[in-house]
Design a protein around this ligand. Structure first.
Ligand SMILES: *Cc1c(COP(=O)(O)O)cnc(C)c1O
Length: 393
């Protein structure tokens, strides 16, 4: 029997892997030094642990350790990349290019800059959620200072043409940032192959602790110049002042090391489980639509719209499974996802969607259980729906 409830919302967050926790534990009570206090053994040991972790994070994305700036997470990394570039280059140009399906941690800093006088081009996506690299090329202007396009979408899993967009940015001498929070640790990521100048990621999306992430800042010519968000002790090469959270950073490093070792096997295992879940649901039910790209998507992602049912009602009828729906309930009146809207889903279908996020702990038994429950719940809700009845008559 499967243990309930089942967690299938790994795009929102992941549990800390036990091996990661083990690596972190010594750094709370015994190895508690301040990594900036290198005049004594306590500080030096903490600093060594941070540098080891920096190497582990860098290795997972094909970077050099000194290109990694630790932050509190991807939200901060995105803000540092976007505002940092905008502020530093304000006298040269004030145009930024991004896309319609970015995470709010990219869209909101861009919107704030827009209110403060910057100009924003928000590129559309096609019905699979992809930005056309030619659209990026056409949007570049003499005053463009930054292109920010995510690596993989957190709702529909679509994997963007990052390397193609990176090549275009480089050819035009425009800095390129990618929010790779859903990609790092889940698909191969290489900052050189992608020609990225700035890349954001977060530990808690890859079985590490919450509250730590990183911004990759390319070194070398031409230099990537950024203004910091925080002023203070000048930690992290002046880009992120504040005492380093050593246990979290050690956990982030361990999580990256582990993710690198497991990457291929987990990609195959999760894609197989995801395909099984998709097939079981699609063969049992009619009028179910796949959101995202059928091939270019994250191995653990499945996002479906179930016509003639309400997503919230569907979630409520599935108390044993932790999933998320296509409407954001962050406000009093849930509004449908901007991502589903951007790929052209009607408001109705956007509201009737579920996001399944499979992860490291999920098993085949859980997938079968979830498929069966979802099919039963959709059938039951449709039986009660007048529109469904009139449609089948
Ligand atoms: C989760 C997520 C974020 C936010 O990361 P935090 O570390 O929680 O701030 C940003 N972008 C994407 C694509 C995400 O999935």
């Amino acid at each position: 029997m499967v243990k309930l409830p089942i967690y299938m919302d790994h795009h929102a967050t992941t549990p800390v892997d036990r091996r990661v926790l083990e690596a972190m534990l010594p750094y709370f009570c015994d190895e508690f030094g301040n990594a900036a206090s290198v005049t004594h053994e306590f500080g030096r040991r903490a600093a060594e642990a941070v540098e080891r972790a920096r190497g582990q994070v860098a290795a997972l994305i094909g970077a050099e350790p000194r290109e990694i700036v630790f932050t509190s997470g991807a939200t901060e990394a995105n803000n540092l990349a976007i505002k940092g570039v905008a502020w530093m280059h304000a006298s040269r140009g004030r145009h930024i290019i991004t896309s319609a399906t970015e995470h709010h941690a990219v869209l909101d800093p861009c919107r704030r800059l827009e209110r403060e006088g910057w100009q924003l081009t928000v590129l559309p996506v096609d019905r699979y959620g992809l930005v056309d690299p030619d659209d990026v090329r056409r949007a570049i202007r003499p005053d463009t200072v930054l292109i920010s396009i995510m690596a993989a979408n957190n709702e529909i899993g679509t994997i963007h043409y990052v390397a193609e967009i990176g090549a275009i940015a480089r050819e035009h001498g425009v800095l390129f940032h990618t929010d790779a929070t859903q990609a790092v640790g889940h698909i191969p990521v290489n900052v050189r192959d992608w020609s990225v100048d700035l890349l954001s990621c977060s530990a808690h999306k890859l079985y590490g602790p919450k509250g730590v992430g990183a911004l990759y800042v390319r070194r070398g010519r031409p230099p990537v110049r950024l203004a910091p968000l925080l002023d203070g002790g000048g930690h992290e090469r002046g880009l992120r002042s504040g005492t380093l959270p050593v246990p979290l950073i050690v956990g982030f490093g361990a999580a990256c090391q582990l993710a690198g070792e497991l990457l291929e096997a987990e990609m195959n295992r999760l894609a197989r489980l995801r395909d099984r879940l998709q097939e079981r649901i699609l063969t049992a039910l009619e009028d179910v639509y796949l959101n995202g790209h059928p091939q270019r998507r994250l191995p653990g992602n499945l996002n479906l719209s179930f016509a003639y049912v309400d997503g919230e009602a569907l979630l409520m009828s599935l108390p044993e499974v932790a999933l998320s729906s296509g409407s954001a309930c962050t406000s009093a009146t849930p509004h449908p996802s901007h991502v589903l809207e951007a790929i052209g889903r009607s408001e109705e279908l956007a509201r009737a969607s579920l996001r399944f996020g499979l992860g490291r702990p999920n098993t085949e038994e859980e997938v079968d259980f979830v498929a069966e429950r979802v099919v039963a719940a959709v059938r039951k809700l449709r039986e009660m729906s007048a529109i469904w009845k009139s449609r089948s008559d």
